[in-house]
Design a protein around this ligand. Structure first.
Ligand code: 4AD
Length: 512
């Protein structure tokens, strides 16, 4: 009887299937390069194996060629050795499926190499024009960005995507243990949650220029008929969501702990290393918080801190990517130490933060480009000084002036010594970045919420459903939003969020 095809640990047969239907299962997907090498290194692999991947480099010698094959499953490709005759079509960038066996390597740089006996498939690649060649000096960043569809062939971007994927897993595992329900939220909404006017408006229409071939309509659809007065009021405007928070509050009006990881869109004009126009946000919300406001805010900060710790801890234990990124960003191990320090992240009020910043500015007049002033937002330079110099680790800054914050946040009772009203809110600041997350308690009382909406000039009709949440069984609740690409950057040492997602869309536009 021929041996059964070997299954990868990550493709297990569906055990619930009846034996006869299980027999009809298709063959397993190819083994990953990393899994095959790991099995061979522990002497548990088969005598023969098959590897699929892309050729990164080829070095031809008289009787034999050495190539580097990679499928992104580990940092760095593996050395494959091809006898003359089998190497002819191999060029940098081509895809290949190679059958052969692992042997001990006599060369430097690897313990094992893969001796190829058969090249069963090759998707060719023109090495002359291939945008991702293997060069000593590396590929310039603008070329990498312009070729986002191919840059994942490189170690850093591929490892970043694997980190992103594992972060997702760690987040889900953490929240599941904490009793949070994961929910999917609408992407098209009728509200500008943050009220900052940075929305993308959604309008129906046909694309400018030719439609993509596969979707091209037979002929242009006719425009929608003009509204007649009989049709009633026009439908509300539609936007791409800037934050799912308002909808998440509706969820926690029934399921008291909920979270989502969702795409958010902001028409950011600012071309900074921290801003994208399309980014992902982890948002969590919890109901039935403590009646005491500072304690309730502490509860929300603890939710944010504990998920950051769980994710960071998981990523630190991905040995190959942690070593790869630490090599490129020597400060990274220290960053992990700070994120995972045993003591809770310090919590500092905005008023105290401004006092500290002002004292520092007085002692060092050229420390900041912007003078720290009570009532003004903290600049990135202020946030970074607090995290990098003052605390040397992550910290929460709480209770910002109400005038700086959106309508939905719960205002604090007026405190003595403060120039103006503050709000029960926080920003999580971290070294090397500044703001990673922002959250607050929500105004849970109907009359006060309506007054805040009036003060912000909001259309009460459009937010009627949101006010309902206060009318029918309101609770003391709160939550936060965390920029996913910013966290990816923090855990990989990447300083620009454009490198923290496969296809970034930022102020400069994108060809993808
Ligand atoms: O502070 P923000 O604007 O908070 C909210 O949207 C709340 N409604 C969230 C909530 O309470 N559920 O955004 C939250 C985080 C920021 O701290 C930042 O990390 C990230 O989202 N963020 C961006 N990341 C990349 N590009 C942008 N343009 C971003 N804008 C915000």
């Amino acid at each position: 009887m021929p041996p059964r095809p070997r299954l990868q640990p990550w493709i297990t047969p569906a055990r619930h299937l009846h034996a006869s239907s299980a027999a009809r299962l298709p063959p397993p997907l190819p083994t990953t390069v990393a899994a095959s090498l790991a099995a061979a290194s522990s002497n548990q692999g088969p005598a023969q194996d098959t590897l699929s991947g892309w050729i990164r480099s080829v070095r031809r010698q008289k009787n034999v060629s050495f190539a580097v094959l990679s499928d992104g499953s580990q940092v760095g490709g593996v050395q494959v050795v091809l006898p003359k005759g089998l190497d002819e079509d191999l060029t940098v960038g081509c895809s290949a499926t190679l059958r052969g066996a692992w042997v001990d390597s006599r060369g430097k740089g690897q313990a094992k190499e893969f001796k190829v006996e058969e090249v069963s498939f090759v998707g060719e690649s023109d090495a002359e024009t291939y945008p991702m060649p293997n060069t000593k000096q590396g590929i310039p960043l603008p070329v990498m960005r312009r070729n986002a569809h191919l840059r994942l062939r490189k170690d850093g971007p591929a490892a970043m995507l694997r980190v992103r994927s594992e972060m997702n897993w760690a987040m889900a595992d953490h929240f599941r243990r904490e009793g949070f329900v994961r929910v999917e939220m609408p992407v098209i909404t009728s509200s500008d949650c943050e009220g900052a006017g940075e929305v993308f408006r959604v309008i129906e229409g046909t694309p400018e220029g030719p439609a993509p071939a596969s979707n091209a309509p037979a002929s242009s659809p006719s425009p929608p008929p003009a509204a007649s007065p009989k049709d009633g009021p026009p439908p509300p405007s539609r936007y791409l969501t800037v934050s799912t928070q308002l909808h998440l509050e509706a969820i926690t009006s029934s399921l008291p702990r909920a979270y989502t990881l969702a795409p958010c869109f902001r028409a950011e004009k600012s071309d900074t290393a921290r801003h994208l126009q399309e980014f992902w946000m982890l948002e969590a919300e919890a109901a039935f918080l403590d009646a005491d406001v500072p304690t309730a805010l502490d509860q929300v900060m603890t939710i944010a801190e504990s998920v950051v710790r769980s994710i960071a801890d998981h990523v630190r234990n991905m040995p190959d990517v942690a070593a790869h990124f630490a090599h490129h960003a020597p400060a990274l191990p220290g960053q992990f130490d700070a994120l995972l320090a045993p003591k809770p992240y310090p919590r500092l009020s905005y008023t105290d933060a401004v006092t500290l910043l002002q004292a520092h500015a007085a002692a060092q007049p050229d420390a900041f480009a912007f003078a720290p002033t009570w009532g003004a937002g903290l600049q990135t330079e202020h946030e970074r000084w607090l995290a990098e110099e003052h605390v040397r680790g992550p910290l929460f800054v709480t209770d910002y002036p109400t005038a700086l914050k959106p309508f939905y946040m719960l205002a604090n009772a007026r405190k003595e010594g403060e120039p103006d009203q503050t709000t029960a809110c926080f920003d999580l600041l971290v070294p090397g970045l500044g703001e990673l997350a922002g959250g607050s308690l929500r105004e849970h009382r109907e009359a006060e919420l309506v007054a805040a909406m009036d003060a912000s000039g909001l259309d009460k009709e459009a937010y009627g459903w949101y006010v309902d949440l206060r009318r029918y069984g309101t609770t003391r609740h709160g939550g936060f939003g965390l920029g996913w690409e910013r966290l990816v950057g923090l855990l990989t040492g990447e300083t620009n969020v454009r490198e923290c997602t496969a296809f970034p869309r930022a102020a400069e536009g994108s060809r993808f």
